[in-house]
Design a protein around this ligand. Structure first.
Ligand SMILES: Nc1ncnc2c1ncn2[C@@H]1O[C@H](COP(=O)(O)OP(=O)(O)OP(=O)(O)O)[C@@H](O)[C@H]1O
Length: 505
């Protein structure tokens, strides 16, 4: 039983109260003192002893009230705190002033494969120098990379109780790809519609112009493009300028969920649909998005069963919830996206042809980043500003010698990869310049395979020629190209001649 005693504060009163409990041989699990209150958790305290104890307590001078409570305030606070920590998808740690773990949330325990309670940060990350550095700086350091169970993560520290003397810190770990998502979320809040799609390359301008035309036509739209090119951003923009903009835009990633979960997310389920479950029904995204838009990402990964169910919805506008009898009609526009070649999948019998035609009434192709190299540096600068603001570090710039490497990179992960590379660089770079060594793009440069390289000189020349040829299309004079690459006009003219790159009119 838990009790709450209220008293008029005076010297020695709490000891007198506790002495009464001690005298009755009660096991005390917890005592919380918040004068003029004392809260006591005594599991062995039964109703009879309570009656007698209450009388005894009222004989103590100053005791005003004795009542039974469900839970102690501190216990309630820690339950709430645990619930909050458990709901946080990113791994979190609280440490004391000596860098010893006091608390880890379930995401961190899962990641570490153990509860690191009591370990030092040096032990947890197998990095004693990190521990010393964090302590030496009072936990106030820019984000840095750490390795936990073989995975590289970014560590962000926030000191606790600085004014009243350092009490410890709260540490958050982010997977580099989650940071991109967080930035994207931030971005979505800032810009809606096509303004969110940054870039001024001819390829992107053409895409935007076409997208603005198809966005307002109320028919299914298929968006194709490599991973990370911005397909979802395009889909959101199309919704935001369409007549449906005041109704919801709800997205489902068909690759992220197993078939049964994807089905219940999209179509919902009827009450009692699951045997043994006491659950009521649940509407799916199609119902929730009534009069709005449903975006089906990675549609190429949709199972044949769901393809059939979706086809039926696209053909007659109706469907049934899982386990439901009733036909439901909703007014929803379907936008879908894929990085796969759906035509080829249709040819190979891996995607339904009839569904393909239903989805592909309108279509857009988002170009890969390497085909719009003019966008690379403006995007990189934008992501750098965003990253510095997000991690609360002073603004920094890209060192000019990073340009050729950024421009020559193949960017297989496209804009998302660029965003992540820049974020990581902002997090680990020490000064106000992001240097080439801060960019984690080794291995994805457009470079010959090792066994194709004859000599270093020839390889460097090939590399240089590739950059010049590619940029010359968008900066079609040696002066423009020189300004773009931040070098002299004569140096560019000399190289264009050397490589026999014909002058543009
Ligand atoms: N033109 C752009 N301007 C600004 N940010 C962009 C642009 N294109 C993409 N991004 C950002 O890059 C990230 C990836 O974009 P998005 O999720 O839209 O790509 P996707 O093609 O749908 O990816 P996937 O194929 O993996 O689903 C997001 O954080 C998005 O905000």
């Amino acid at each position: 039983m838990r009790i709450h005693v209220t008293f008029i504060d005076r010297v020695g009163i709490t000891q007198e109260v506790l002495a009464l409990l001690g005298g009755r041989n009660l096991n005390l699990d917890a005592v919380e003192m918040v004068p003029p209150n004392v809260y006591i958790d005594a599991p062995t305290l039964g109703p009879e002893v309570l009656e007698e104890l209450r009388d005894a307590l009222f004989k103590v001078r100053g005791v005003r009230a004795v009542e039974v409570v469900d839970i102690l305030p501190g216990q309630r606070r820690s339950l709430q705190l645990y619930a909050l920590l458990a709901a946080m998808p990113d791994p979190l740690l609280a440490v004391d002033g000596n860098g010893r773990v006091l608390l880890a949330n379930p995401a961190l325990i899962e990641l570490a494969g153990r509860d690191p309670d009591g370990e030092t940060l040096g032990e947890l990350f197998a990095a004693p120098e990190l521990h010393d550095e964090l302590l030496a700086h009072g936990f106030r350091l820019p984000m840095r990379e750490v390795v936990l169970d073989g995975r590289t993560l970014l560590l962000d520290a926030m000191p606790i109780g600085e004014n009243a003397g350092l009490a410890g810190a709260l540490l958050s770990l982010y997977a580099p790809n989650r940071i991109g998502e967080r930035l994207a979320a931030l971005h979505h809040e800032q810009a809606e519609g096509f303004d969110a799609l940054l870039g001024d390359s001819p390829a992107l301008r053409t895409l935007k112009a076409r997208a603005q035309r198809v966005a307002v036509l109320d028919a299914p739209l298929l968006i194709q493009g490599e991973t990370g090119t911005g397909k979802e951003l395009v889909a959101r923009a199309c919704h935001a300028v369409s007549a449906r903009r005041n109704a919801p835009f709800l997205a489902l990633n068909c690759a992220a969920l197993p078939e049964n979960l994807a089905e219940s997310e999209l179509f919902g389920y009827a009450p009692g649909a699951f045997t043994g479950a006491q659950r009521g029904g649940k509407p799916g995204l199609l119902e929730l998005a009534h009069q709005g838009t449903v975006f089906l990402d990675e549609i190429g990964e949709m199972s044949p069963y769901l393809q059939a169910k979706l086809l039926r919805f696209l053909s007659d506008g109706s469907f049934r919830r899982i386990g439901g009898e009733r036909e439901i009609r909703v007014d929803v526009r379907i936008l879908s996206a894929t990085h796969r070649n759906l035509e080829q999948m249709v040819g190979e019998g891996r995607f339904r042809e009839d569904l393909f035609y239903r989805l592909n009434v309108l279509n857009l192709a988002v170009p890969p980043l390497r085909e719009r190299s003019e966008d690379i540096l403006p995007l990189a600068r934008h992501f750098l500003d965003q990253a510095c603001a997000q991690i609360r570090r002073p603004p920094c710039r890209l060192a000019p010698d990073t340009y050729p490497a950024l421009l020559a990179n193949r960017w297989p992960g496209n804009v998302r990869q660029l965003q992540n590379v820049i974020f990581r660089a902002a997090a680990i770079s020490e000064g106000n310049l992001v240097e080439i060594g801060d960019l984690d793009i080794a291995g994805t440069a457009v470079a010959p395979q090792a066994d194709e390289i004859g000599s270093l000189g020839a390889a460097v020349e090939n590399f240089e020629r590739g950059i010049l040829e590619r940029l010359y299309a968008s900066y079609p004079s040696s002066r423009l190209l020189a300004a773009r690459l931040q070098t002299s006009h004569t140096a560019i003219a000399k190289r264009l001649r050397k490589y026999g790159i014909p002058a543009r009119s």
